[in-house]
Design a protein around this ligand. Structure first.
Ligand SMILES: Cc1cc2nc3c(=O)[nH]c(=O)nc-3n(C[C@H](O)[C@H](O)[C@H](O)COP(=O)(O)OP(=O)(O)OC[C@H]3O[C@@H](n4cnc5c(N)ncnc54)[C@H](O)[C@@H]3O)c2cc1C
Length: 438
C-alpha cells in the first residue's frame, strides 16, 4: 500500500495558519509512523482530480481507498476522482472512518431521508449497527522519492506553532485515555467553561481523523449517565454530517429558507469588535479571545458568542461561520454551519428564533465565579467573583479600586441587550412566514 496525501488548495484556503500548522504536524507524525512500519507518506499539492488518477496509474495500483467527506465541494471532487479512476480501470473504495455511521445509513423509515429533528435521528442512530471495520492491506510500501516536503506543500515554515495539541494518533489515544478518567462527570462538568478538563477536547482529533468516533464510541460505551451524554454528542456530530451530505446547500443557506430574507446589518466595526473580543460583554470577549489564542472555544461559550453576533449585533450568521471556520482547529463545514444555524434559529431542530440568549444571564449561570472571564480578559482581573460579568453596572469607585476605566481599559457594552433583542425580534418576524390562520 502506498499512502498519499494531496494538499487541496480549495479547502486549505479557508483555514487559518494555526490549523494549517496542525495539519503539517499531523502529516509529519503520520509519515514518521509509516516509516517505522517500513513505508512513508507521499505528499503532493494540486488538483486531486488530476493528481490521484495520475499517480495511481503511474504506480500501477489496483484500488484507491479514501475517507469520504460531506461538503458539496468534497462530494463533487470525490465523484470526479472516482470517475477518472474507473475510466482508467482502477478500483475505488470509500470509507467513513470519520463518522460513526456512514451518511445515508440512518434515515427515517417513512421518508428514507435524514430526520429533521435530532431525537428521532439519535434513536435510529443508537440502534444502527456500524459497518464492520475494514480489513485492508497492512503492509505499507515506501513512497517513491519524488513527493513534496510537507512544509513546502502546505506553505508553512519552521516548526509547529507553540500551543498546538500534540500531533498524531498516539497523542490522540493519550487524550482519549485521559478523558476516560473524567467522562463519568461529563453531565456536571460539560457546561462550565472555567473547567479546562470538563470536556474531552477530542474535536480536532475527530476532525483530522487522528481518532475515529467509532473507536471513541467503542472505548467509552454508554455504561453511565456521563458516558451516555457524551456519546449523544457524537450522534449530534453524525447528524450534522448526514444532513449536509443530503443537503449540501445548508453550508450557506438557511434550512428554513424564509430566514435568508432577514435584513442583516452591515456593520464591519461591530463585526471586528466581536472577532477581536472588544464588545464590552466580558463573557463574549473571553470566548473570542480564547479562540484567537488557542484555536478552541468551549461549546457553551461558542453558543453565547455566536448568539451575540446574530441576535445582539444582527450580523449574518454566515460571517460568524466563516470566522470560526478559519480560526477553529476543529472546524468542519458540517459541524460549524449546523451549529451556527442552530444558534441563529434558521436550521434543523434549532432553538426558535424568539428565544434569545441573554449574555449576562448565561455568564452568571455558567461561569458563576467569573473565573473563565478573568482568565481571558485580564484587564478585568481586579473584579472579584461574578461582578466581573457586568462592569458597566458597578459603582465608579469599585471600578477605580479594580483599576478599570470603562472606555479606556475595557470597552463600554457595544449594544444594550434589551434594545438589541427587540431589534432582532422585529427583523426575524419580518422574515418569518405569517402564523397559520393569521
Ligand atoms: C457556533 C458553533 C460552532 C461550532 N463549530 C464546530 C466545528 O466547526 N467543529 C466541531 O467539531 N464542533 C463545532 N461545534 C460543536 C462543539 O462546540 C465542539 O464540538 C466542542 O466544543 C468540542 O470540544 P470537545 O471535543 O471538548 O467536546 P465534548 O463535549 O467532549 O464532545 C465530544 C465530541 O462530540 C462532538 N460534539 C460536541 N458538541 C457538539 C455539537 N454541538 N455539535 C456537533 N458535535 C458536537 C464533537 O465531535 C466533540 O469532540 C460548534 C458549536 C457551536 C455552538
Amino acid at each position: 500500500m502506498v499512502a498519499l496525501f494531496v494538499v487541496d488548495e480549495r479547502p486549505l484556503s479557508t483555514a487559518g495558519p494555526r490549523r494549517v500548522q496542525l495539519l503539517a504536524a499531523h502529516l509529519r507524525e503520520l509519515d514518521a509512523r509509516l516509516r517505522d512500519a517500513g513505508g512513508g507518506l507521499r505528499v503532493e499539492r494540486g488538483d486531486p482530480t488530476v493528481v490521484v488518477p495520475r499517480l495511481a496509474a503511474e504506480l500501477g495500483v489496483h484500488t484507491v481507498r479514501w475517507n469520504g467527506d460531506v461538503s458539496a465541494y468534497s462530494q463533487r471532487r470525490d465523484r470526479l476522482v472516482a470517475h477518472e479512476l474507473e475510466r482508467l480501470g482502477i478500483g475505488t473504495e470509500v470509507h467513513w472512518g470519520t463518522l460513526v455511521h456512514a451518511p445515508g445509513s440512518v434515515v427515517a423509515r417513512s421518508t428514507g431521508q435524514v430526520q429533521r429533528v435530532f431525537t428521532p435521528f439519535s434513536k435510529v442512530w443508537s440502534s444502527t449497527s456500524p459497518t464492520p471495520w475494514p480489513t485492508g492491506p497492512v503492509r505499507v510500501a515506501a513512497p517513491p522519492e519524488d513527493g513534496i516536503p510537507v512544509t513546502l506543500a502546505l506553505g508553512v515554515t519552521g516548526d509547529a506553532a507553540t500551543g498546538l495539541p500534540a500531533a498524531g494518533e498516539v497523542a490522540a489515544e493519550e487524550r482519549l485515555a485521559a478523558w476516560l478518567e473524567r467522562v463519568d462527570d461529563y453531565e456536571s462538568s460539560r457546561d462550565l467553561p472555567a473547567d479546562d478538563v470538563g470536556t474531552s477536547h477530542l474535536s480536532a482529533d475527530l476532525r483530522f481523523g487522528t481518532v475515529s468516533p467509532r473507536h471513541v464510541l467503542d472505548v467509552v460505551g454508554t455504561g453511565t449517565p456521563g458516558r451516555a451524554a457524551f456519546v449523544r454528542q457524537l450522534a449530534w456530530r453524525d447528524w450534522y454530517a448526514h444532513l449536509l451530505a443530503e443537503q449540501p446547500r445548508l453550508a450557506h443557506a438557511a434550512m428554513k429558507p424564509h430566514f435568508d430574507e432577514v435584513a442583516w446589518r452591515d456593520d464591519p466595526e461591530a463585526f471586528a469588535a466581536w472577532c477581536d473580543g472588544r464588545t464590552g460583554y466580558p463573557i463574549v470577549d473571553a470566548g473570542m479571545r480564547q479562540l484567537a489564542a488557542t484555536g478552541w472555544m468551549h461549546n457553551r461559550v461558542r453558543m453565547i458568542t455566536a448568539s451575540f453576533l446574530v441576535k445582539d449585533l444582527l450580523v449574518d450568521w454566515r460571517l460568524g461561520e466563516a470566522h470560526f471556520r478559519r480560526e477553529l482547529l476543529d472546524a468542519e463545514v458540517s459541524q460549524n454551519a449546523g451549529n451556527w444555524q442552530w444558534v441563529a434559529g434558521t436550521g434543523p431542530d434549532a432553538a426558535p428564533y424568539f428565544r434569545i440568549f441573554n449574555p449576562l444571564t448565561q455568564a452568571r449561570r455558567f461561569d458563576p465565579d467569573g473565573e473563565y472571564v478573568r482568565r481571558w480578559v485580564p484587564e478585568l482581573a481586579g473584579l472579584a467573583g461574578r461582578r466581573v460579568h457586568a462592569p458597566w453596572e458597578l459603582p465608579p469607585l469599585d471600578l477605580e479600586v479594580a483599576g478599570v476605566t470603562l472606555g479606556a481599559d475595557y470597552p463600554w457594552p457595544i449594544v444594550d441587550h434589551a434594545e438589541a433583542r427587540e431589534r432582532t425580534l422585529a427583523a426575524y418576524a419580518a422574515a418569518a412566514p405569517p402564523a397559520r390562520g393569521g
